[in-house]
Design a protein around this ligand. Structure first.
Ligand code: FES
Ligand SMILES: [Fe+2]
Length: 347
């Protein structure tokens, strides 16, 4: 399906963010991931686990069921499953049929995020999760906080495309975080096997309204902005803003340095889990952005939902007309398509 080959949806053999670690607790947390219901919770010993969310008996949602110790007792007829997915009890009979089990998914907590592997468990290599250093996480002088978990009614690749092309900042986010220079500044790109790095130095750019409001400075700025995509769905970005170098008094002074983290996880073919977190250099700055940024994320969600409507409702869809600025998104799509091709070759 668009923008991938006919029938292709998303790679399965990859680590996706299932939740922020802080959202996984004693209570059962339901989430759709790659077209499957999943239940997340923390065992009594503190380990976070992820199991299938569909009872194999009559398909009752296990996320709406009862936690009994480290097991889940289905809310319909009481069949019980351990954290490893094995069935431990069938109330209506003495024996447990061997076929009674639910999937148990590898889950790894790194930084603020719990990463899940929905594909072949034999291939779940933790080295494929981006390291804290690679993400720009855990740096001295930064405070990191989860900001939001959104459910977006649009296919996940629309959000990946959005994050791989920051030329939209000066237009979709003109009233807050962007200026035209986000599009006109030259882009530097590096492409790896599962990674795409994009950076832009904006020189003498207009100070976007939200930045002026948060920093008290509205004059021209120099700005380093960029994003690194770790396939299949993690984007780690940086946004460093300085008083323009030519300013005789304050030239080069850092006004704001921010790390942003967007995790894009397919829920179903046409819905997406969208996790956003941020790192800033002071509590006050992070708190101010926590109030100011939700409308910006809503603009990205709005674009995604509206494009999804066009994709699903148009009788005839002409091919996209690509531009030079689409190069980074195209590289991101190529990586995901390669991953899906490789999975098909294995099956
Ligand atoms: S549907 Fe779960 S026990 Fe019947
Ligand atoms: Fe955006």
């Amino acid at each position: 399906m668009y923008p991938f080959k006919e029938g292709d949806f998303a790679p399965r053999n990859g680590w996706y963010v299932a939740a922020f670690c802080e959202d996984i607790g004693e209570a059962l947390l339901s989430r759709w991931i790659l077209g499957q219901p999943v239940v997340l919770y923390r065992k009594a010993d503190g380990t976070a686990v992820a199991v299938g969310g569909r009872c194999p008996h009559r398909y009752y949602p296990l996320g709406e069921s009862l936690r009994v110790g480290d097991a889940i007792q289905c809310g319909y007829h009481g069949i019980t499953f351990g954290a490893d997915g094995r069935c431990t009890r069938v109330p209506s009979q003495d024996t447990v049929p061997g076929v009674y089990k639910i999937p148990s998914y590898p889950l790894v907590e790194r930084g603020l995020w719990a990463f899940i592997w929905m594909g072949d468990p034999e291939l779940a290599d933790e080295a494929l999760i981006p390291s804290a250093a690679d993400m720009g996480f855990g740096l001295d002088g930064y405070i990191y906080k989860p900001f939001s978990t959104l459910h977006v009614e649009g296919r996940y690749q629309l959000l990946n495309d959005n994050l791989l092309d920051l030329t939209h900042l000066g237009f979709l986010h003109a009233s807050s975080i962007g200026s035209e220079e986000n599009a006109s500044a030259p882009e530097e790109r590096q492409v790896g096997e599962r990674k795409v790095v994009s950076r832009r130095w904006l020189r003498g750019a207009a100070c976007p309204p939200l930045m002026a409001q948060n920093t008290g400075y509205a004059g021209p700025i120099d700005r380093l902005a960029g994003m690194t995509f770790f396939a299949p769905g993690f984007h780690a970005g940086l946004d460093d803003t300085y008083v323009v170098a030519g300013d005789p008094e304050r030239g080069g002074e850092c006004l704001q340095s921010v790390k942003v983290f967007h995790a894009v996880t397919p829920a179903t073919r046409h819905e997406t889990n969208y996790f956003f977190a941020l790192g800033g250099t002071s509590e006050a700055q992070v708190e101010a952005l926590k109030i100011a940024l939700p409308p910006v994320l809503d603009e990205d969600a709005f674009a995604t939902v509206e494009i999804e409507k066009i994709l699903t409702r148009c009788e005839t869809l002409l091919p996209e007309l690509m531009l030079k600025s689409d190069g980074t998104a195209v590289e991101g799509r190529r990586i995901l398509q390669r991953m899906m091709d490789a999975e098909r070759a294995l099956s």
